[in-house]
Ligand binder design. Structure first.
Ligand code: SF4
Length: 360
């Protein structure tokens, strides 16, 4: 690893605990759940709609998406699926930037979301006006932004990156002699910089879920379970990544649980991913990596508060009334499509699975 210390923006763009909503998971009695599922199935047909859900949403939403010809994956793969879907409406169960990405790539489709307040601390921590001003101060740097950003921030970027392709892309740009701005995740940026040694200015944002993993607690849990392999998403801090047997995107972590010979895994990512991991490898034992604070004192409690805003009730409502449609100014949409398409071209050129293994 390089000894170069990446430079962070002076302003701290991480959210304070007061800015993070509580994680409220929808609870339904079995009769209501069954009625909602039946109604949503009818409405999906009636509205010519397909449900696309992120790995971090509830097991019920993931199962409903798969049972109705929809899809469960990471954010760009969700958007890729949307481009292949024949439905005129996509319902995106996830967070807002995912709905926006789906709209950027599928402008002719109607894109709905169960809750437009479902945001992301990385997106919220990277306001487009401040980010634009920062980029303007460094005109000699190539601007690389993570998928977890608004359409307006993507529109100011040269490249969109995903966690699965970040190392390869940054090395490619550095080989062309380019110095970088990386936004908005300081931890993913620090990891990439640590691995590549590339000159990167890092935006000082973070994911409230991954930033909360606790190095001391992880060390202790590893000592209690020496037979467990440690899987870490690279939005986690470096002292968590340093303890990993494997660092990877959500798709890569699911694949690791399925394919590695170990029986037991300690997992440092949103615990919503455990549903897909259990489906992929029902015989494996999954342990949550410890977080800062417990019960009432933890901020996200290893589950994204914004992802938890997606539920069966608001999904049924949005299908019924067609509200919560994603709209993007056309000039911004067109400009934001460029760095996404550039990423797709890069991945294709490298003969990688274009979108399927790449995202947060
Ligand atoms: S888990 Fe973190 S990165 Fe993902 S949507 Fe939630 S806040 Fe954003």
């Amino acid at each position: 690893m390089s000894a170069f210390i990446a430079e962070l923006t002076r302003k701290d763009y991480r959210l304070t605990p007061a800015q993070v909503p509580p994680t409220v998971v929808e609870t339904l009695d079995p009769a209501e759940e069954a009625e909602l599922i039946a109604r949503i199935k009818r409405l999906l047909v009636k509205q010519d709609a397909t449900l696309v859900a992120h790995y971090y949403t509830s097991a019920e939403l993931q199962e409903l998406a798969e049972a109705t010809g929809g899809y469960v994956s990471d954010s760009l793969d969700m958007a890729r699926f949307g481009t292949e879907s024949r439905s005129s409406t996509l319902v995106v169960a996830g967070v807002r930037f995912m709905g926006e990405t789906a709209k950027i790539l599928n402008p002719e489709k109607r894109v709905l979301m169960p809750d437009l307040n479902a945001d992301c601390s990385l997106d919220l921590g990277c306001p487009a006006d401040e980010f634009t001003a920062f980029c303007d101060q460094h005109p000699d740097r190539t601007v690389v932004v993570y998928a977890n950003t608004s359409a307006a921030v993507k529109a100011r970027s040269d490249w969109v990156a995903t966690s699965g392709i970040a190392l390869e892309l940054v090395r490619y740009l550095a080989d062309r002699g380019e110095k970088l701005i990386w936004a908005p995740d300081r931890h993913l940026g620090a990891y990439v910089q640590h691995e590549t040694g590339v000159d990167m200015l890092l935006w000082n944002g973070a994911c409230v879920v991954h930033e909360a993993f606790k190095a001391d607690g992880l060390k202790q849990l590893r000592a209690e379970h020496p037979d467990a392999r440690v899987l870490v998403h690279p939005e986690s801090p470096l002292d968590i990544i340093a303890q990993a047997d494997l660092v990877g995107s959500t798709t890569a972590l699911v694949k690791a649980v399925r394919e590695l010979p170990a029986k037991k895994f300690i997992v440092a990512t949103d615990n919503g991913l455990f549903h897909k991991m259990k489906q992929a490898a029902p015989d494996k034992i999954l342990l949550e990596a410890p977080i800062v604070g417990k019960g009432a004192t933890c901020v996200s409690c290893a589950h994204c508060p914004w992802m938890a805003m997606n539920g069966l009730r608001n999904l049924a409502r949005v299908l019924e009334y067609g509200d919560n449609e994603i709209t993007i100014d056309e000039a911004i949409r067109k400009r934001a499509a460029l760095p996404i398409r550039r990423l797709l071209g890069f991945a294709k050129q490298r003969q990688r699975v274009v979108l399927g293994n790449n995202d947060a």
